[in-house]
Each structure stands twice: as structure tokens, then as C-alpha cells.
Design a protein around this ligand. Structure first.
Ligand code: ADP
Ligand code: ZN
Length: 750
């Protein structure tokens, strides 16, 4: 750094202030800068870093607001004041980050052992993008009387009148309003009558949501739950309630009452949904209830919409936001309620970059803001159920579906006895039911959680299986796109005629079904049926999703074939039959939550059937009909299933009865990764109540050209993981392009 050297004498006299600034870089904590005036924490500033200029945020020097166990070690680097570099400027057009958001950023970083600057980067992605959020500049009338020397021409008068009537405006707008030219406006500025001013973002939604716009008539059961939720919000203090209710019980209507309560208090509401495609239907319902649409927040949003929303959330203008987990990092001015819809969904876990669990961090966000939190699910996660049992969360239950709808009847098709002919995947029993439904003018849905045509391509001649060259994974055939694709990296290759190993012609055969193959089978079986495929790679835009939903609602579709996207909270009243093509699909692999997750997913997809006046049926195709998951589903006994799960996890201190962190070691060379993983295990923490499992090659032993080994650190609940992990990893250096990734509370065990 080219700092000018100062004599000790001049250093002592140097004026200015030492300020901590967090920058969006992977450093351990904030850096020190100097500035001639003090700046409040939260102020967004432009600072030099190396040869760059970047946008950062004035920060608390020490995270004393964090619990002791989570506090990262104090930085020992102290730069003498004279050697500090100066803050370049204050980004006056970006609203300051509120304290609750700053503390939240520190929390997310400390809990997941991420660099706080990288967490800040999520929050600053919008305002600081591309060299800063360009302020919309316009003209305002300068305070004070008009200068005496000013000559008031008619044109100048018109400009002043327009400003009086409409408030600050851009040159173009002012010119249109007044009929005066840009030169006249500039002349007024020159004369000291106008000053440049940052214009507020365009009004977001002109009408704020009205809590009493169209309240529903609630059933007795719903009213009771809604009452409890309203009270929770009115406490104006942190609390968490689990709203558990069967699919179709009206959970959304009920938590809307809590939303209304927060609006009446003048506070803001954040609603997290697991799948952004769902916001379309959700937004419509919201508009019916509150008379206006909420702000939507997700990563595909356009830059302009993001900037406007960000600003409107910061100044409290935007009252309700529905969005993906990254909405947690919006600068809410007065957050009163956080809702996590489908709280059990594993998609809430951010698996790349800064790792965090959206549900858990939503609770932290609510606590820091003194807000109420509501977790919503028909099949709550084990973590949440344990928190209810321990009395940490409140619990409201809706036992029955709303209105005339009753719960669908779930039955099993034993594929050992009733399987289809070779090469087909739908049991004759299921096909008959689809046919019956079609005759009755009802809709059916086939669910298979697998994209593409076939998950494996095999050579009949030599037994070769086509694998991704960069990952330990099979290539998935996508017949429509005429490619083989790896679902773990971006690698694709054209379909081939000959086996790459033995060169035999026409010997490659697809093994197993993907959704495209089911589509093909259904087309052959029901040539007249109007089909709709719903998968993340066919419905790539919100508009396509909207169109699909419209088609189903208007009964332009007889049969829907879909991946997990169809399992979510859709409400299709004419859908009466759900067929699960492979109910066993999620059960394989030694994943801690495989059974729980399969149960939740199948329950959710089953819940799409019979939501209107006609009763629904669900058929599960399975080879393991006596598996606890299948038994729980057909007996509709979720509680007993979760008790069995708990009994299996409790003795070994598996989550939620203990704490778990995954340490993933990877390197381009297998020997390097393995050696580092072994070194970590040998030098790992030991002591009562903690244990290291592994290292073992990860199930996905090769990913994007890196070999991977996994270790697990498991501790009793009363032991904080973070200090143990920090101490352990501080003593290790990575060589040979090796990397260590830490995943606290892992969801994926790949
Ligand atoms: P869940 O989220 O529990 O699966 P929903 O909130 O989607 O259930 O409700 C299912 C359907 O019932 C929706 O169409 C909803 O509008 C309707 N509904 C629920 N409660 C009421 C009510 N009190 N008045 C009118 N319609 C209701
Ligand atoms: Zn790959």
C-alpha cells in the first residue's frame, strides 16, 4: 500500500476517526479505515482495497452482540492510525443497513463459519451492484426565499409551479410538466433556486395492503388457530409458532390473519416459500385477501425491480415481501412477522457459497427483530417437532380439510405382484384408475422425481455404463434435447450410437424411467389424453409456470406428469387422482433424513388430490410396501412414524438430539484429498460428548473434477460446535489446491 509516511509528530496531530468497515471479501472480519467525520454503523461507503475501489458497510468493531460461543476470535492485526487508508466516499443514495440486519449477517456468518464479508455480499448484491446503485437524480426546490436577483420569466414560473404541485422530478419529467426546456431548468439550478436531489424509487405498489380488505369466514378450528397467531404478533416480541395442518386445511388463510395483525401494527411481513414458482398462486390469493399484490423477491428478478424493492423495504414503504430464502437479507425497517411456508422443505438449505438453513435463520432473523415467527407445514420436520415438545415453540393444529373436501385415500400398488410388462413403468391398476378418472372428466397427476428420459445408459454388449468424466455420476439421457447430461455439473454430450467402450453399434439401452419416458408411455397408452409435463427444465420461466397453472385450472389438461415441482402447495380442485410412479425413489443412500424426507414429499404430493368437492385417491407404486414410510402413508399416521424416527436418532445423538457438522475435503488429486482428510481426523477434537466419523469417500466421490472425502463431527446438544470446529480447522493448512468446506447442520450427505 502506498501510504505516505508521516512523522511521529504529525501522526499525533492527525485528525479523523478510525472506522471498521466490512467489505464483501472472504476476510475474517471488518477492516479499519479512517474518515474525517464519524459515521454510524450501517452506513454504506466506498473504500479502497488493494488497487480496487469497493462498496462496504461501516460495521461494529467487535461482534459483542453474538453469544460468546459464536464470537470469532478477535483480530490481532492492529494498524496504526497513520497507516490507515481513508474511506473514499459515503454512498448517500443507498439506505444504511439497519442494526437488525447487520447483527443477522454476523449471526449467519458465525453460525455457519462463513466469512462475514461474504454474507454481507448477499445483502449488498443489489444496492452495490455494478459500481453502485445508480441514484435517480432529479431537481428539488432549494429551501429558503428566492434570490432577489432572480428574473422570474413565465417559463421559470411554470417550472416552480410544477415542482410545487408534483414534488421533485427528473429533468425530463419536469420539462413535460412545465413545458419549459431543459435549459430553463438548468438556468434555475445555476441561479441557486433548484438543487439536485435523489428521487425516491418509483412507487412500488401504489396501494398498501389493507388488513381488512376481504377477510374470510373462518371455520371454528381455523378461527381458534388464527386467534392464537394474532396474539403472538400482538405481543410485539419474539416467539415461534408451528402451524401444523393437513393439506387443504386452509393454513394460508389462517396465517394471513397474522399478516393482517402485523399490518395493523404498521410493521412489515416476510413470507418465505420453498419454491419460487409457487409465488404466482400465492400472490393471487394475497391480492384477494389484501387488495394489492406483495413484493416478490428471488434471484431471477430484474435489476430494476430488485433495486426498487430493496429501497422500498428499507424505508418501510413496502409492507409485505414473499420470496426465496435470500429475502432474509432485505433491509427491513420494522419487521413484525416472518412466515416460513412448508418449513420442512430441504430446499430451504442454501447448499452453495454461504451455507445456511433458511428456516433456522428465519427464526434468528425474527428473534433479532423482536418479531413473531410462524412455521407452516402438514408434515413438520423432526427439528421443529422437538422444539415444540421442549416448549420452545408454540403449536397450533388444523385437523381437517376446509369445506366439503376430505383427505384422499392412499393405497399401495405392490409392484412385485402388479408390475407392468417389461420396459413399461405404470402398473395396469394405476392405468385403469387414470382411465376411470378421464371418463368421469377428472384430472390425474403422475409424479416421478426424476428429470430426463432415463437415469442410466448401459451397453448390452459389454455392460459399460456411461458416466460423467468429471463426476462420480451416471449421465442422464434427455431424449427430447438429444443429449446425455450430468445432473451434478454442466457437462453434456450428444446421444451416441455406439458404445464408447466396446464400440458395439446399437447396443446402448436406457435403464429406468425419467419423466420423459413416463410421458412417452402415457402418450402410447392414452393417445387422446391432453398431457402436460411439469418439470424445472420444461417450465423455465414464471410465465410458463403461470400458463401451466392456468391450463390446469381451466381444465385444458387431463393428465399432469411432473417432478417435485408438482408436489408443492398447488390447489387444483378438479384433480382427483395422484399416482406416484416410484415411491421408493428417495429411500436409498445412507442419508440421515431419507425416510423422513420421502414421507414428507409423498404426503405433500398426495395432498394435491381431492382438494375440491370430489374425493381424491392416491396410488403409490412400491416394491417395499411394508416399509415404515409406506405404512405411515396408507395409515395416515404421521405421528407414529416420527416417533419411530426419533427413537432411532436419539440414542446416537443424531440431529435433532445432537449436533452435526460435515467437513468436506476435496482436491484435484484423490491422494491429496485423502491425505488431508486423514490428517484432519487424526488431529480432530476429542472429548466427552463429541465424536468424529470418517473420513470416507463422499457418495459423490468426484464432483466437477475434484475428489471428495467427508468427515462428520457429532456432538451432544449441549456442546457448541462452532468453537470446536474453529479450533480444529485453524491448525490445518491446505496445499495442492485442496479445500475444506464446512457444513454446519448438513442436509445433503452427498
Ligand atoms: P393448505 O395450505 O393448508 O394446504 P390452503 O390454505 O391452500 O390449504 O386452503 C385450501 C383451499 O381452501 C384454498 O383454496 C383456500 O382458499 C380454501 N379455504 C381455506 N379456508 C377457507 C375459508 N375459511 N374460507 C374460504 N376458503 C377457504
Ligand atoms: Zn458431472
Amino acid at each position: 500500500m502506498a501510504e505516505q509516511r508521516l512523522s511521529p509528530h504529525s501522526r499525533r496531530r492527525e485528525a479523523g476517526h478510525r472506522l471498521s468497515v466490512l467489505v464483501p471479501r472472504p476476510f475474517a472480519g471488518p477492516l479499519d479505515y479512517k474518515f474525517d467525520t464519524p459515521l454510524a454503523p450501517g452506513t454504506v461507503v466506498r473504500v479502497p482495497l488493494g488497487r480496487q475501489e469497493i462498496v462496504g458497510c461501516v460495521w461494529e468493531a467487535e461482534p459483542t452482540h453474538l453469544p460468546v460461543d459464536l464470537r470469532p476470535p478477535r483480530s490481532s492485526r492492529h494498524v496504526a492510525f497513520g497507516s490507515l487508508r481513508a474511506i473514499i466516499s459515503v454512498e448517500t443514495h443507498v439506505p444504511a443497513l439497519p442494526e437488525t440486519l447487520r447483527h443477522f449477517i454476523d449471526w449467519v456468518a458465525a453460525y455457519g463459519l462463513s466469512a462475514p464479508g461474504m454474507v454481507l455480499a448477499i445483502a449488498l448484491r443489489v444496492p452495490a451492484q455494478g459500481g453502485g446503485m445508480k441514484p435517480m437524480l432529479g431537481w428539488a426546490r432549494k429551501a429558503g426565499p428566492l434570490p432577489e436577483s432572480l428574473r422570474l420569466t413565465p417559463a421559470r414560473n411554470a417550472v416552480l409551479a410544477a415542482l410545487e404541485a408534483h414534488g421533485p422530478a427528473s429533468t425530463a419529467a419536469l420539462s413535460t410538466q412545465s413545458g419549459a426546456s431543459a435549459a430553463v431548468i438548468r438556468g434555475l439550478a445555476h441561479a441557486g433556486v433548484l438543487e439536485e436531489s435523489v428521487l425516491e424509487g418509483s412507487p412500488m405498489s401504489a396501494t398498501p395492503p389493507e388488513p381488512d380488505y376481504a377477510p374470510p369466514t373462518l371455520s371454528a378450528e381455523q378461527a381458534e388457530a388464527a386467534h392464537a397467531l394474532i396474539e403472538a404478533v400482538e405481543e410485539r416480541a419474539f416467539n415461534v409458532t408451528l402451524l401444523e395442518g393437513v393439506t387443504g386445511s386452509g393454513k394460508t388463510e389462517v396465517y394471513f390473519e397474522a399478516v393482517a395483525a402485523a399490518l395493523r401494527q404498521g410493521r412489515q411481513v416476510l413470507v418465505l416459500v420453498p419454491e419460487i414458482a409457487l409465488t404466482t398462486q400465492w400472490t393471487e390469493r394475497f391480492a384477494k385477501r389484501f387488495g394489492t399484490i406483495p413484493a416478490i423477491w428471488h434471484s431471477d428478478l430484474g435489476q430494476k425491480a430488485r433495486r426498487e424493492t430493496w429501497r422500498a423495504v428499507a424505508d418501510g414503504q413496502q409492507r409485505v415481501v414473499v420470496g426465496a430464502r435470500s429475502a432474509l437479507f432485505l433491509p427491513f425497517a420494522a419487521l413484525g412477522l416472518v412466515v416460513v411456508d412448508e418449513e420442512h422443505e430441504s430446499t430451504y438449505k442454501q447448499e452453495e457459497g454461504v451455507l445456511y438453513h433458511g428456516r433456522d435463520m428465519a427464526i434468528v432473523r425474527a428473534r433479532l427483530a423482536g418479531a413473531a415467527a410462524i412455521l407452516v407445514s402438514a408434515t413438520p420436520s423432526m427439528e421443529t417437532l422437538v422444539n415444540v415438545q421442549k416448549g420452545r415453540f408454540r403449536h397450533e393444529v388444523l385437523e381437517s380439510r376446509h369445506g366439503p373436501a376430505c383427505m384422499p385415500e392412499i393405497s399401495l400398488i405392490d409392484m412385485c405382484d402388479h408390475g407392468p410388462e417389461r420396459g413399461l413403468f405404470l402398473s395396469p391398476l394405476l392405468c385403469e384408475s387414470i382411465e376411470d378418472g378421464m371418463k368421469a372428466g377428472e384430472q390425474s397427476m403422475l409424479f416421478l422425481n426424476r428429470r430426463g428420459y432415463a437415469p442410466l445408459t448401459l451397453c448390452r454388449a459389454c455392460g459399460h455404463r456411461i458416466q460423467c468424466p468429471h463426476c462420480a455420476a451416471w449421465m442422464v439421457e434427455h431424449r427430447r434435447r438429444r443429449i446425455l447430461a450430468c445432473h451434478h455439473c454442466d457437462y453434456t454430450q450428444p446421444l451416441m450410437k455406439a458404445c464408447p467402450a466396446c464400440e458395439a453399434e446399437d447396443s446402448l439401452v436406457p435403464i429406468g424411467p425419467g419423466i420423459e419416458r413416463i410421458h412417452e408411455e402415457v402418450q402410447a397408452r392414452f393417445p387422446e389424453a391432453r398431457l402436460l409435463v411439469m418439470a424445472s427444465d420444461t417450465l423455465t420461466s414464471p410465465a410458463a409456470m403461470e400458463e401451466a397453472v392456468r391450463k390446469i385450472a381451466q381444465k385444458e389438461v387431463d393428465l399432469i406428469i411432473g417432478t417435485q415441482i408438482v408436489a408443492k402447495g398447488w390447489h387444483f380442485p378438479d384433480l382427483t387422482l395422484v399416482g406416484v410412479v416410484d415411491a421408493d425413489l428417495g429411500l436409498g443412500g445412507g442419508d440421515l433424513r431419507a425416510a423422513e424426507r420421502t414421507m414428507q414429499l409423498l404426503h405433500q404430493v398426495a395432498g394435491r388430490a381431492g382438494r375440491g368437492s370430489k374425493p381424491g385417491r392416491v396410488m403409490l407404486q412400491s416394491y417395499v410396501g411394508d416399509h415404515p414410510v409406506m405404512q405411515a402413508l396408507i395409515e395416515n399416521d404421521f405421528i407414529r412414524f416420527m416417533e419411530q424416527e426419533a427413537a432411532q436418532r436419539r440414542p446416537g445423538f443424531w440431529p435433532p438430539y445432537g449436533r452435526l457438522a460435515a467437513v468436506i475435503v476435496s482436491a484435484p488429486k484423490e491422494t491429496h484429498a485423502e491425505a488431508l482428510a486423514r490428517h484432519l481426523a487424526l488431529n480432530g477434537p476429542h472429548g466427552e460428548g463429541m465424536e468424529i466419523l470418517g473420513p470416507a469417500p463422499a457418495p459423490l466421490a468426484l464432483l466437477r473434477g475434484r475428489y471428495r472425502f467427508r468427515l462428520l463431527l457429532r456432538t451432544r446438544r449441549d456442546i457448541a460446535l462452532q468453537p470446536v470446529l474453529r479450533h480444529w480447522l485453524a491448525g490445518v493448512t491446505c496445499k495442492n489446491d485442496a479445500r475444506i468446506d464446512v457444513d454446519v447442520d448438513p442436509v445433503s450427505f452427498m
